[in-house]
Design a protein around this ligand. Structure first.
Ligand code: PAP
Length: 345
């Protein structure tokens, strides 16, 4: 592996993107899953959604009525998903750095496979990280789920809160990486993302509306604070099983965090690799600038435009969106919700 930057894009034009499942099948399966579970959730409390019409409250958290990560998908994954002890899970609240972490984990674990190959075969230069590393919530939509493939380790992502994970993940000794991010930047990122995805019939959401919904905890897989606390507390109980990272720390010192992450995943960098600059190459390949360049066009398999996952990629963009009053309100809520816990950004 060397020189893994976006400047190599011209090499990619003749290479076909990996495709694990026909999106049409996923759409049809989504309708089936919706029908299967709709009687169970239509009576649950609901509120106006962000990128979907509604969010439903299930086991203390909010989920879209339909679409990816829907309440039906979560119910379905709880019933059907089977974890293996060798699995690795990336858990995030949406807009906390999922795409970045998917890229880093994929690059770390697969680095030997791509070592001597031509650049043009690296999945991260051919497709979006979301198409390299599946979500457990979407496995149920697949006719041929990735979870039955005998890869070792299998790596999955999830937005599901710790307390609602499929029981087999909780019970087995698999590793979980949790990435969280400053609530103000999550709010801003979610606001922009939702407006990119919102159906024309719903109209745009205003920042004031978004702020109110966020403060009330009504966000996909939210409340924000409960999601963070769930994994934080689980990590206190299982310190060797759960790695807790923040977007802010990862941004401040990516190389050292990547080394630490690689150790946790069981793929530590050797002295030789470090001397050869492989850590820096992984960091560069997964950088915001590189991934944004690779993902300038097209949609991920789930139909979302690839550029929607790359906006600013900065810490502190909330400064450009929140008034002083909004900032103070969020600080106060965060202080109360995280009282007694050593959580900071
Ligand atoms: P998801 O949970 O829907 O997959 P997620 O990837 O967590 O979304 O969030 C996208 C955010 O991560 C965006 O933040 P912003 O809106 O504040 O800009 C996006 O820009 C940022 N992001 C994506 N890729 C990277 C990266 N490689 N490095 C740093 N930030 C990134």
């Amino acid at each position: 592996m060397s020189n893994l930057g976006a400047s190599s894009n011209s090499l990619l034009s003749s290479v076909t993107e990996p495709c694990l499942e026909d999106p049409k099948n996923e759409k049809a399966n989504m309708d089936l899953i919706f029908e299967r579970y709709k009687d169970r959730f239509t009576a649950l409390p609901k509120e106006k959604g962000w990128h979907t019409k509604n969010l439903y409250l299930y086991q203390g958290h909010w989920y879209p009525s339909k679409y990816l990560f829907s309440i039906a998908n979560v119910m379905g994954s709880q019933e059907t998903f089977q974890a293996n002890p060798t699995d690795i899970y990336l858990a995030t609240l949406p807009k906390s750095g999922t795409t970045w972490m998917k890229a880093l984990m994929f690059a770390i674990v697969n680095r030997t496979k791509y070592k001597n190959n031509s650049l043009s075969t690296h999945m991260l230069l051919l497709s979006n990280p979301h198409d390299c590393l599946p979500f457990i919530e979407n496995e149920i939509l697949r006719t041929n789920p990735t979870s039955v493939v005998e890869n070792c380790p299998r790596i999955f992502a999830t937005h599901t809160p710790y307390t609602s994970l499929p029981q087999s993940i909780i019970d087995c000794s698999c590793r979980i990486v949790y990435m969280c991010r400053n609530p103000k930047d999550v709010l801003v990122s979610l606001f922009h993302f939702a407006n990119k995805l919102r159906d024309d019939s719903l109209g745009p959401i205003t920042f004031e509306e978004a702020f109110k919904m966020f403060c009330e905890g009504v966000t996909p897989s939210g409340p924000y604070w409960d999601h963070v606390k769930g994994y934080y507390k689980a990590r206190l109980e299982h310190p060797t099983r759960i790695l807790y990272l923040t977007y802010e720390n990862m941004s401040a010192d990516t190389a050292n965090n990547v080394k630490h992450l690689a150790e946790f995943l069981g793929y530590p960098f050797t002295k030789e690799e470090e001397a050869a600059g492989i850590v820096e190459e992984v960091v560069k390949m997964c950088s915001f600038e590189n991934l944004r360049e690779v993902n300038k066009h097209g949609n991920i398999r789930a139909g979302i435009p690839k550029p929607a996952f790359f906006r600013e990629g900065k810490v502190g963009d909330w400064n450009n969106h929140l008034s002083d009053e909004m900032s103070q309100i969020l600080d106060q809520i965060t202080k109360e919700k995280f009282h007694g816990l050593d959580i900071s950004f």
